[in-house]
Design a protein around this ligand. Structure first.
Ligand SMILES: C[S@@+](CC[C@H](N)C(=O)[O-])C[C@H]1O[C@@H](n2cnc3c(N)ncnc32)[C@H](O)[C@@H]1O
Length: 328
């Protein structure tokens, strides 16, 4: 197999894997389109012209959708690539997959609510900062529902979260007196085009998620959380220093450390957080910190995230905040 053929074969496999392991059962349209791409030398050839980190199914499908809506079929997808290759290229080179899922606050809340209040929150990899507002959303845990008091006329989203038996459900929302985000590429909830991109990253077939995202954006626009541009390996210390002394400082992240390819760098970050003067909450794929995952029981569902506090695993969580299986 020549170098080029090997690249196309690898790409084809990654699109098939995405169809079968990720889109299957979640987004039928994306599953069909990804399988079509996996079999199309023309589409794989186009995608292969991008740098490695810009070839992922999530980015390509979102860019097509952002430009031309969701194609009804593989042939429709080919038409977009043939007719508007430069527009597509521009989006794929400019944008990144930085889904901001505020529903993940539902899985962080049991930990946040148990800490001494009030809280100062720092989120690394915050995207548009929507997870920095856990006190401004509503939650439905089945037996317990919580709603914030917001200025009249604002309807907060309500995040449903299916919880396992011994989950310590929060009885009140946390009291947050300070919040700050850090991201390589912060998105602005006040910008139409950034919000349109965030909406595009929610897969077709997940319209309820998209509606709740829009409601969270409306809440954020009233008093946007500050998200500063920077790298979590370089700029976190300064933010920690700026936090007020009279609140419990919490540094948290969800779906971020998987962006750091090298395990040694992720371990170095974990080490740093274990020694920091802050509570450290991590909500990530179990592959991110294998040493923490080794202390957890087997995951109930493929694709779950592992929630931990100061290096201690406490629960398996739905990757979009939809469930919480407490085991600590
Ligand atoms: C998938 S998004 C998750 C956003 C948010 N945490 C959530 O759960 O909705 C991951 C974010 O991490 C950011 N990111 C990746 N590597 C980073 C780094 N080294 N420093 C700061 N931010 C980073 C990306 O830009 C992106 O916005």
């Amino acid at each position: 197999m020549t170098g080029d053929a090997a690249v196309l074969e690898e790409l084809s496999q990654s699109y098939r894997r995405f169809a079968q392991a990720e889109a299957h059962g979640v987004s039928a349209v994306y599953e069909d389109l990804a399988l079509f791409i996996g079999d199309s030398p023309e589409l794989l050839g186009f995608i292969a012209t991008f740098p490695d980190e810009r070839r992922q199914p999530n980015l390509f499908l979102a860019a097509v959708r952002h430009l031309a809506g969701v194609p009804a079929s593989g042939d429709g997808l080919v038409r977009v690539v043939r007719e508007r290759p430069q527009d597509l290229r521009r989006i794929m080179l400019k944008r990144t997959t930085q889904t901001n899922e505020p529903a993940r606050c539902a899985t962080l809340l049991p930990l946040l609510a148990r800490l001494p209040q009030p809280l100062a929150l720092v989120e690394v990899g915050a995207s548009a900062g929507l997870c920095l507002l856990p006190d401004r959303y509503g939650y439905d845990y089945g037996d317990v529902s919580l709603r914030p008091e917001l200025p009249s006329g604002t309807m907060p989203p309500e995040f449903p979260c299916k919880v396992g038996g011994n989950t310590p459900l929060p009885m009140a929302l946390p009291r947050v007196v300070w919040r700050r985000g850090l991201d390589l590429n912060p998105l602005d909830p006040g910008s139409q085009s950034d919000v349109a991109w965030l909406q595009t990253l929610v897969w077709p077939g997940q319209e309820e998620r998209a509606e709740r995202l829009q409601a969270a954006v409306t809440v954020a626009r009233q008093d946007p959380p500050k998200v500063q541009r920077g790298d979590l390996f370089v700029d976190l210390d300064k933010i920690i220093e700026a936090a007020p002394d009279e609140a419990t400082l919490v540094v948290f992240h969800s779906a971020v450390l998987a962006y750091i390819g090298e395990e040694e760098r992720r371990e170095a970050f974990a080490e740093k957080m274990m020694n920091a003067s802050a509570v450290w909450i991590s909500n990530e794929s179990p592959r991110v910190f294998p040493r923490i995952a080794a202390q957890a029981p087997p995951s109930p569902t493929e694709g779950s995230f592992l929630l931990s506090i100061d290096g201690q695993p406490v629960a398996w969580t739905g990757p979009h905040g939809q469930s919480l299986d407490w085991f600590a």
